[in-house]
Design a protein around this ligand. Structure first.
Ligand code: SF4
Length: 182
């Protein structure tokens, strides 16, 4: 992509607490060069489906509040399980997470190509349980450097919005292997 090409961005979001600041920044035009964007909620990794629906509903609510475009990808947890087969016992931040990120970036790439978008970013590295470098590597493997935008989101803004909101908030990343034993 040349420097003059207007950026039409797909923002991959995992949940509202992680994405609220990024969506607000994009909605306010705070990311230079981004002319248009859409929030992509594609998270078939989330288990169980009741939990998926809670996170999806919160995401839709927030996008509609801000008047931004969004797309909900299909929920097919069996297909996601096939993508991480053999990695079930990996720890969080291990190889299962790399495969999970790649699976979702692969879908985002297909979505972008089919819908006229030319750049992809995510909030997958926002949580303190995640590793931004691991996310970036998975994104570059899936998307390449011409499409991937490794945007550093405003963490203070994200925390402020979360503090002022009552978003539904989960206590585990998403898949059944990340559910914390209390
Ligand atoms: S812990 Fe999170 S990122 Fe890792 S595989 Fe599970 S849902 Fe995906």
């Amino acid at each position: 992509m040349s420097e003059q090409t207007p950026i039409k961005l797909v923002l991959l979001s995992c949940c509202t607490p992680c994405s609220a600041g990024a969506i607000k920044q994009l909605a306010e035009g705070a990311i230079p060069g981004v002319q248009d964007f859409i929030v992509l909620f594609f998270n078939p990794n989330i288990f169980p489906e009741t939990e998926y629906k809670k996170r999806m509903d919160e995401q839709i609510k927030y996008c509609e509040q801000l008047g931004v475009k969004y797309f909900i990808g299909k929920y097919n947890h069996d297909e996601w399980r096939a993508a991480v087969r053999g990695l079930e016992n990996e720890p969080e931040r291990g190889r299962r997470c790399s495969a999970c990120f790649k699976y979702r970036f692969d879908f985002a790439k297909k979505f972008a190509m089919e819908n006229g978008y030319n750049a992809i970013a995510s909030v997958f590295g926002v949580s303190r349980h995640k590793n931004q470098i691991q996310v970036d590597i998975a994104a570059l493997c899936s998307l390449g450097k011409d499409i991937y935008m490794p945007i550093k989101w405003d963490e203070n803004l994200r925390q402020k919005i979360n503090h002022e909101s009552d978003f539904y908030r989960q206590n585990y990343c998403g898949c059944e292997f990340s559910i914390r034993k209390i």
